[in-house]
Design a protein around this ligand. Structure first.
Ligand SMILES: Cc1cc2nc3c(=O)[nH]c(=O)nc-3n(C[C@H](O)[C@H](O)[C@H](O)COP(=O)(O)OP(=O)(O)OC[C@H]3O[C@@H](n4cnc5c(N)ncnc54)[C@H](O)[C@@H]3O)c2cc1C
Length: 346
């Protein structure tokens, strides 16, 4: 494990902005991670307040500029069966495993639970950060616990599902414990048979029909999800992006009623605490879909996705573009959009 200096991160995050990090370490084991943290402390002696960044697949970050701290790329690998019953399997997965590799591994073993989450970029260790979700499933539905390293005490701890305080694209890791833990491994509880399929969400049912499938298996559900995602979302290897840039806002019922009077076609999804409105619709109504300013654009098929249109977009440009969108949605609908993507500001 060698400390590298002034390393380009352009190909280590999916927006592919031309940014670099002052220091860079790639770790492949827990021992190396501890050694990396020692190294970080040494650096801090000379450069107090040096920031630390843990990087997974880089698919949910925007760098506002070059990173002036130490970036640790977490490469811990391994998938193991922790426990099985007739009905369920408990999987223990290391943080550096690629999410889609895990999904495919579970499908090969006919273990159910992750099929709707097919083709989400990124690593397993990051999946609890924003409680990744797609097509009616979130990881909180299959998450049993995770092992974390507490950066304040250097202790290894276990956090259960309820301790992670999962919500819509939310968890304790993005809120009150922000920057406190490194997630080392995640335990998933999956079904071994009688898989309860979730196919009523989005276009899954119609895609299965188009595939000629009547009684779907988990593998066929995954295949349908992959087909839908490929038809809708830009491939970050071709067009830099970080998936949905904004969260779908939830407003109080009275606020929604007033909006519905003014904008009768506004789509809505009732929630226990209010009404969720698709951010993509709001953005589209403000005329942003397909619009480009300089190097950044709002995708022509999916208004929620901002793209690095020329390959040269800087994080600053992407941030400024997203702020313009927030301002227009606010002035037209009185709703303040929240960014889903993590802005790395050092
Ligand atoms: C095309 C595309 C489609 C997407 N679709 C979806 C979708 O359907 N649903 C969805 O939920 N998301 C989606 N995303 C967003 C993204 O894939 C997820 O948020 C993913 O979990 C990010 O993982 P990552 O490893 O790339 O995280 P990174 O971008 O590397 O990191 C994200 C944040 O987590 C921190 N972090 C990373 N690893 C750790 C760790 N081990 N411990 C502690 N902190 C850590 C980083 O410091 C950073 O703040 C999409 C992204 C793209 C590009």
């Amino acid at each position: 494990m060698e400390l590298e200096k002034n390393v380009s991160l352009q190909h280590l995050h999916t927006f592919h902005s031309p940014v670099s990090t002052r220091y860079f370490l790639k770790v492949a084991s827990l021992e190396e991670l501890y050694a990396a943290l020692e190294r970080y402390q040494d650096l801090c002696k000379k450069e107090p307040d040096l920031p630390l960044l843990i990087l997974g697949g880089g698919s949910n970050v925007v760098f506002s500029g070059d990173y002036r701290g130490l970036t640790i790329a977490l490469g811990l690998k391994g998938i193991a069966v922790e426990h099985t019953t007739e009905e369920q399997v408990l999987l223990r997965v290391q943080a550096g495993e690629v999410w889609q590799d895990l999904v495919e591994y579970t499908l090969r073993h006919n273990w159910g639970g992750l099929e709707n989450l097919s083709l989400i970029p990124g690593n397993v260790g990051t999946s609890p950060m924003q409680n990744i979700g797609a097509y009616g499933v979130e990881i909180k539905d299959v998450f049993e616990r995770c092992t974390v390293l507490d950066l304040r005490t250097r202790e290894i701890k276990t956090l259960t599902n309820s301790q992670c305080e999962f919500g819509y694209r939310e968890s304790i890791f993005k809120r009150k414990a922000k920057g406190q833990y490194i997630i080392l491994e995640v335990f998933f509880c999956l079904t071994r048979r009688n898989h309860p399929l979730k196919i009523s969400y989005g276009a899954i049912a119609s895609e299965l029909e188009a595939m000629g499938v009547v009684t779907p298996t988990i593998q066929q559900v995954a295949q349908a999800v992959v087909r839908i995602r490929k038809s809708k979302l830009p491939d970050p290897n071709i067009l830099g992006n970080a998936g949905s840039f904004f969260k779908n806002p939830t407003v109080e019922s009275q606020v929604f009623s007033a909006l519905a009077q003014q904008f009768p076609t506004i789509p809505s999804y009732p929630q226990p605490q209010g009404v969720k409105i698709p951010a993509g619709w709001l953005i589209e109504q403000c005329g942003w879909k397909g619009r480009r300013i300089g190097n950044v654009a709002c995708h022509h098929l999916q208004a929620l996705v901002l793209v690095n249109a020329t390959g040269e977009a800087t994080g600053e440009e992407i941030y400024a573009f997203s702020q313009e969108i927030i301002n227009s949605v606010e002035s037209k609908f009185g709703i303040t959009l929240e960014r889903e993507v993590n802005i790395i500001t050092s």
